[in-house]
Design a protein around this ligand. Sequence first.
Ligand code: PLP
Length: 390
Amino acid sequence: MNEFIPFNRIFKNHKEQEAAAFALSGDCWHGDGPIGKRVEEQLNSWLGSRYTLLTTSCTHALEMAMMVLEIGPGDEVIMPAFTFVSTANAVRLRGGTPVFAEIRDTDLTMDPEDVARKVTGATRAVIPIHYAGVSADFDGIRKALASSPSKGQKIAIVEDAAQAVGAWWRDRALGTVGDIGCFSFHDTKNITCGEGGAFLTQDDDLAEKAEWVREKGTNRSAFLRGEVDKYTWISPGSSYIPSDVLSSVLEVQLRKKEVILDSRKAVWNSYRERLQEAEDRGWIALPRIPSYARSNYHIFHFLVQRTSDRDPLIDVLRQEGIEATFHYIPLHNAPYARKNLGSDLSLPRTEKLAASLIRLPLYPDLINIRDDIADRVFSVLSQYFNAQGR
Ligand SMILES: Cc1ncc(COP(=O)(O)O)c(C=O)c1O
């Protein structure tokens, strides 16, 4: 019997436990303490960011982004429908309208040509997703926004970089390219503290507003730095600062970032090389990374040519001990969107791609058995397609 390979496994050892125990032994369990501040500095220096504010999740960083940009009723925000629900919820929570764009079949990121078609005078922001840790096409998106009918009105780029910590667009870290970047440190992500995230910006004004929003709508952060003699209610806000106990786990994970990246890349490459033959035979299409992108190898996925093959293949992979899985169900077809954003929305390319996608297990612990697993996947594909005479 082959070893069962779960879809995800946290990369951890005794160091995370020791760091959390040490943090718990101290008197600062709340957020924005010495550990959280240190982690923010480490992220700034690694990624070349001016401002990084740790948050309790990427969901919350996205909510902060919409508050900081003062998105409200009547405002439109363009995003792919092929994303996690948090991207759209952040807009809805402010009363704004998510406008769903197609994704490209090469890299599953937001299609700039469709963005150009969907920009209106009411567009206030776009939220590209860096799917699988591969950068969205910033040049294409900027060109699309330049064609906006809302002449002169700035359209903000908010990167949903939930999957993209440590990935790059040209020589810039994802999360630092747009006006705002949002990271996730959920335990499905490359670097994790269980539940966590970050809000990044390079803009002084947005950084100041984000500090207020993250600290319940007050200028308490400025007060703690001694810049004002008391703090008060300045803006709408909420409670988005993670505990220093969680930040201590993140600090350990950040020290392992090179090992994490190198081993994920090696596993990704094993799949990519071993499954080339499956693509050559016309069974599947493999992922493509554009030349401007440096991936963090967050996901390995492939597309089946016929959508009817997707679920049966996931089943046989699982029967063979490989916990493969699908990904997002496009948001425009979700019950909430159909009820509140219109039931006639159609994004045929997104629907086809989402229904064709299979993700394979990918994490550092697979490093020593990567070729074996890639062989097992290829053998399942061969048996499946050969049985059908294809
Ligand atoms: C594209 C995208 N955005 C946002 C999120 C939400 O991240 P979090 O769990 O940190 O709130 C996810 C989570 O997987 C995601 O994939």
